[in-house]
Design a protein around this ligand. Structure first.
Ligand code: ASP
Length: 428
């Protein structure tokens, strides 16, 4: 069941249609209606329909932290903008890549952008002498009224049409189509989430053992049938990418899998797009993510993972699978374009999670560092993944593998341990 949040600023007729559409659905639940305007009638409509209604301020939306926390606390999968007039903050767009849907009352790319809302749009359409108008349902990126178009529906602009009469036709289109387009999108993301295959390993090597020795059996069964992996070597800092590829190849020879490092190709993102499987090695997480952003590899991996391509990451390779790299143990030796990462899972991993604290050492414990993270990132789960452990995501479920429990952190929740075999669905 996917959880949906609706963001509104006004009367909320579209929000009401969406709520009614999903009232008895087994696919999605409207979890909350959030407004940037405390007197929006949409909030009353939501309450009348038994849906939680929440008013936040415009200032909250400018900073983004509070709305993001409210979405995370409710484990939201999909955000619907149904007549929402504030700019969606960057942190929300990064946290929900391709999972924020807007409806625009015209046929984009025409009549979009700043100032193009409500009657301004219809005025402009009529003034331009257009023969047809309509609605555009699209995912958003950081530019208003851009992103990917999901669906468009049209209506003729007739002789004598006024902004009012056109608005009536456009509302009719919205009410008729928006809920079912959302439902199809829910179906699509449900399939994508269920076909994700991830093996997220805490660390490459058990102390005293050869490189990648302990997890190679798990990697072998996870990659069964795969002949070649696209390897991302960018976490290597003090040794070359060639050397990294050779080191991984040596271990992968044992399981008959060829390692092809993406640094060899002119277009590494294309190599990812063509890959049978993807492996991302450990090292420095900042160096890794910087290069991934520069080469478009973050988006390429996200798309591949959503299409069901197997992904193996160890250490920094597990960090970059999370929404951000903010729970890495590494130093920021370089500055990536953003800390936002692949977001193949909804929670954060702290690899190499460590309980011990050297005697006489006055620095923070690992637990203290994570407490600081959750204090500043309300609603987010952090999984302290101890060495020798890994998470396997397959068939819409997640399993902890290894001999040790995993330590779970979230603001306002008492820290606890989960064991191999425990239900981890709260993280999905
Ligand atoms: N430097 C680690 C690694 O081995 C990552 C981390 O500790 O967060 O990739």
């Amino acid at each position: 069941m996917k959880q949906i949040a609706i963001l509104v600023s006004g009367s909320g007729t579209n929000a009401q249609k969406i709520i009614e559409h999903f009232a008895n659905s087994e696919k999605a639940n409207i979890s909350v209606v959030i407004s940037d305007n405390a007197s929006a009638y949409a909030l009353t409509r939501a309450q009348n329909l038994g849906i939680e209604a929440l008013a936040l301020s415009r200032a909250d939306f400018r900073s983004g932290a509070r709305p993001l926390a409210e979405l995370r606390k409710r484990n939201i999968d999909l955000v619907i903008l149904a007549g929402f007039l504030s700019l969606v903050p960057k942190c929300l767009i990064e946290a929900y890549p391709d999972r924020i849907i807007n409806i625009h009352p015209a046929l984009l790319p025409k009549f979009g952008g700043k100032g193009m809302y409500g009657d301004h749009v219809h005025n402009a359409v009529i003034a331009a002498g257009e023969k047809e108008s309509g609605i555009t349902i699209h995912t958003i990126d950081e530019h208003f009224d851009r992103g990917t178009i999901i669906a468009q529906f049209t209506t003729p602009v007739e002789e004598g049409d006024t902004p009012d009469s056109l608005a009536t036709k456009i509302h009719a289109l919205e009410h008729a189509h928006f809920p079912s387009v959302i439902e199809s999108f829910v179906d699509k993301i449900t399939v994508m989430d269920n076909q994700k295959r991830l093996l997220l390993i805490s660390n490459s090597t058990t102390a005293g053992e050869p490189y990648l020795k302990y997890p190679i059996g798990n990697i072998a069964s996870f990659l069964k049938g795969v002949k070649e992996v696209a390897f991302v070597p960018y976490a290597a800092v003090t040794f070359s990418y060639d050397a990294y590829e050779a080191k991984v190849q040596e271990r992968f020879d044992e399981i008959g899998v060829k390692v092809r490092s993406i640094h060899r190709d002119a277009d590494p993102a294309e190599t990812i797009r063509q890959a049978e499987a993807i492996c991302v090695g450990g090292g420095n997480t900042f160096a890794l993510l910087k290069k991934m952003h520069e080469q478009g590899v973050v988006e390429a991996i996200r798309e591949k993972v959503e299409a069901g391509t197997p992904y193996v990451g160890w250490s920094a390779g597990s960090n970059v699978c999370c929404p951000t790299i903010c729970t890495t143990n590494d130093m920021p030796i370089v500055q990536p374009a953003s800390f936002a990462a692949v977001s193949a899972v909804k929670f954060q991993i702290n690899p190499h999670y460590l309980d011990t604290h050297p005697e006489g050492h006055a620095g923070e414990t690992r637990e203290q560092r994570i407490q600081e993270y959750i204090e500043a990132n309300d609603g987010m789960w952090v999984a302290g993944l101890r060495e020798g452990c890994m998470l396997l995501v397959e068939n819409g479920t997640m399993q902890l593998i290894g001999a040790r429990p995993m330590r779970m952190f979230r603001r306002g929740t008492e820290t606890f341990e989960v064991n191999p075999g425990d239900d981890l669905s709260f993280l999905l």
